[in-house]
Each structure stands twice: as structure tokens, then as C-alpha cells.
Design a protein around this ligand. Structure first.
Ligand SMILES: [Zn+2]
Length: 390
């Protein structure tokens, strides 16, 4: 499975239709949740039959949405319940997690056509059932058969269509046989075991002033006014810019590493528990190591390489030459070994240790890390009506 995302440019009329569909989907979701709250009969079949009953109450209204799109809304709720019960089980088993009952939605920002209802008319037009033909920019050609399509509007008003395509992946051979150990950090975003470092661009921290300014302007505007709406939009755009900058940086860096090295070794970090440390939280989420490692893992697989996660315990406090454990504070940048006299940057020392631990690690090849689980779960027997480019 491979996911592609493209920008689409719906006309004003089409936007109205799309937003109306979001609204109907939200209503259906909340109605189903309301029905299920008491009985919690979460079988998919039950949900769908309840939905059919709801649809009968006002057929012309619900007819505005493609039937499969509505069905997918039912599935969403089903997965929400599934994940709720799974987490409940895990919590009972002693895992420390928060478990929340599925909540009512105030907004749904995307709809999914799980199988039918969309088609490429040509390379610039996407025909979507109940919406019309929407201009699309195929900045790259999708490969394989598109199984599902998701239409989404982001917070700054841009529209996107994502396709989940089934591809027959042929095993590729990585051109190089080189190994590399990678340490991720706050000052240096990555330190490679060959000595190369990449600075942390700290996009969020750099834009802090601007965000603060826009935030202040927003708070000064009267609630419900048009100016407030505009200010909100400007703030959302700034956040979007940061997200885009970050994702661009992460994609380029991870691609370069995945292309150059066939065997990549990283620490198996528990990022959720690290973010709980308030002192580091902002820097860590700005750095988005989790996203980086995820990208690295699927890009490595696509290039024919491998990504290996190793135990992170004490990687920066153990001498990479003789194995002596040296207790040092986070603020200390230089590692100094009292036994063998090794002196080097702490991150580089860590990357050497990570490199050395690969022999002990389990090899993982998470191919589908990049695809949202809900898309994967949408099982499709026959291919959609999309034409596909090879
Ligand atoms: Zn030493």
C-alpha cells in the first residue's frame, strides 16, 4: 500500500457541497454514537443497519452523500469503539494509558470514498460522485490501483485528495552495503556515526514571535466577528507553514539517508513518555523525531534497505570504546571516559554505541507505517473505478 496526496481546487459551488457532506457525516456519526452509547453493540453490521434506518427518515437529505461515504462514517465509529475496548483491556493489564469513550464530534474535516465514486477524467480532473469534476494537480503520478480516496480540508482552507494505492512491490536491491548509526538530539537534529551532524532547524521556535503576535491580534478581535475569523485564518496559515517547513526538512533528510545507507540503526525511543518531561516537551515535538523515524523506516524499505531499532538505554553515557558507564548530566556536551581517556562529543559517542548495538537488535521492516490504519482496514475486494498510471 502506498498513499499519495494531491492538492485539489474545488469551485465555490463544490466547496459548499463538500462542506455540506461533512456536516451530514458529522450528524450521522453523532446519531450513531448516541444510539450506541447505551447498547454498545459495536458490530459493523449493526451500525450499518441503524444507519439505514436513519437514512429512511429523510432519504432526500441523506441522498446528498454517496452511500459508501456514509458507510465509512459508520466504520469510523466502529474503529473508535474497537480502539476504546482495546485500550481498556490494555489498561486493565496494567499499561499506563488514558482511555476515553468515543466522543461526539463538533466537526468532521474529511470524507472517504472507500471503493467507488471517484475517477480520473484526465490528468487534471478528478470526478467525484455527488460533487462534480474537481481540478487536481498531480505533482507526481500515482502508481498502482487506488483503493480508497479521502477528501480533506485543512485548517487554512486548502483542499486535498489522498489516495491509498495498492502496489505490487518488487524487491529492490539497495545500491550500497553501508551501515550507519543515528542519534537524534535537540541541538543537532541527527548525529551520524560517520561524524556528520545536521542542525535542528527549530522551525516552531524560530516562528515563536510571529505566532505570538498573530495570537495576540486574534484575541483582541471581537468574538463572532469577520475580523476574528480572518485573524484565526492567519494564525492557522502560520502554523501550516511551520508544519510544511518541518515536513519538507524531514522528507529530504530521511530520503538522503535512506538512499545512501542500506542498514540504518536508530534508538527505539518512547517519545510519548519523553514529551511528558515538560522541560523538553516543546523541543521534542518541534523536532518530531517520531515522524522522522517513521519516514526513515518506510523510505529505507522502499529503497531496499533496512531500519533497525536498538535499545536506547545508556547510549550517551557509555564509552563507545571500552564500555565504561559514565554518569553525566544532560547539559554536558563532551563525553570524557576516565578509563580509556576517550574524549568526544556526547552525540557522536551515542551514535557509535547505537551502531554497535545493531548486532543485538531485532530487525523490523514496517512497510505500512506510512498508511493510516483506518485506510488499511477498509478492505476492498475489487479495485475502484480509478484508472491507474504505471
Ligand atoms: Zn572508555
Amino acid at each position: 500500500m502506498k498513499a499519495y496526496r494531491y492538492r485539489i481546487y474545488p469551485s465555490n459551488k463544490q466547496k459548499v457541497r463538500l462542506l455540506n457532506q461533512f456536516k451530514i457525516c458529522k450528524e450521522i456519526y453523532n446519531m450513531l454514537l448516541n444510539e450506541n452509547k447505551e447498547f454498545m453493540t459495536i458490530s459493523k453490521f449493526d451500525l450499518i443497519s441503524i444507519m439505514v434506518d436513519i437514512k429512511k427518515t429523510c432519504p432526500s437529505y441523506y441522498y446528498q452523500v454517496h452511500s459508501q461515504v456514509l458507510q465509512e462514517v459508520g466504520y469510523r465509529l466502529h474503529y473508535a469503539f474497537e480502539s476504546f475496548f482495546r485500550k481498556l483491556k490494555e489498561k486493565k493489564a496494567g499499561k499506563k494509558i488514558k482511555v476515553g469513550f468515543p466522543r461526539f464530534k463538533s466537526k468532521i474535516r474529511s470524507i472517504t470514498y472507500p471503493q467507488f465514486g471517484f475517477k480520473f477524467l484526465n490528468e487534471r480532473k478528478l470526478k467525484v460522485s455527488k460533487i462534480g469534476s474537481i481540478p487536481i494537480v498531480l505533482h507526481r503520478i500515482p502508481r498502482g490501483k487506488a483503493k480508497t480516496m479521502n477528501i480533506k480540508q485543512n485548517r487554512s482552507g486548502q483542499w486535498f485528495a489522498s489516495f491509498c494505492c495498492e502496489t505490487e512491490t518488487q524487491p529492490v536491491k539497495h545500491p550500497s552495503a553501508e551501515k550507519i548509526g543515528i542519534d537524534v538530539g535537540i541541538n543537532n537534529f541527527v548525529t551520524l556515526s560517520n561524524g556528520e551532524t545536521v542542525d535542528n532547524p527549530k522551525f516552531l521556535i524560530k516562528s515563536k514571535k510571529r505566532i505570538k503576535l498573530l495570537d495576540r491580534r486574534l484575541n483582541r478581535k471581537k468574538k463572532g466577528s469577520a475580523n476574528r475569523k480572518k485573524a484565526k485564518f492567519r494564525l492557522a496559515r502560520q502554523h501550516l507553514k511551520i508544519t510544511n517547513q518541518r515536513s519538507d526538512f524531514l522528507h529530504k533528510l530521511s530520503y538522503r539517508i535512506a538512499k545512501t545507507y542500506s542498514f540504518i540503526i536508530v534508538e527505539n525511543l518512547d517519545i510519548n513518555s519523553m514529551v511528558k518531561n515538560h522541560y523538553l516537551a516543546k523541543s521534542i515535538s518541534d523536532a518530531s523525531w517520531g515522524k522522522f523515524i517513521q519516514m526513515l523506516s518506510y523510505k529505507a524499505v522502499n529503497c531496499g534497505g533496512q531500519l533497525v531499532k536498538v535499545n536506547p538505554r545508556g547510549t550517551s553515557k557509555t564509552c563507545s570504546k571500552c564500555g565504561t558507564y559514565v554518569d553525566m548530566s544532560l547539559s554536558k556536551k563532551i563525553f570524557h571516559c576516565p578509563t580509556c581517556g576517550l574524549v568526544l562529543h556526547r552525540d557522536l559517542n551515542a551514535s557509535f554505541n547505537i551502531y554497535d548495538r545493531a548486532g543485538l537488535a531485532q530487525i523490523s521492516t514496517p512497510v505500512d507505517d506510512c498508511v493510516r490504519p483506518s485506510l488499511l482496514k477498509a478492505k476492498v475486494v475489487e479495485a475502484g473505478t480509478i484508472c491507474h498510471y504505471e
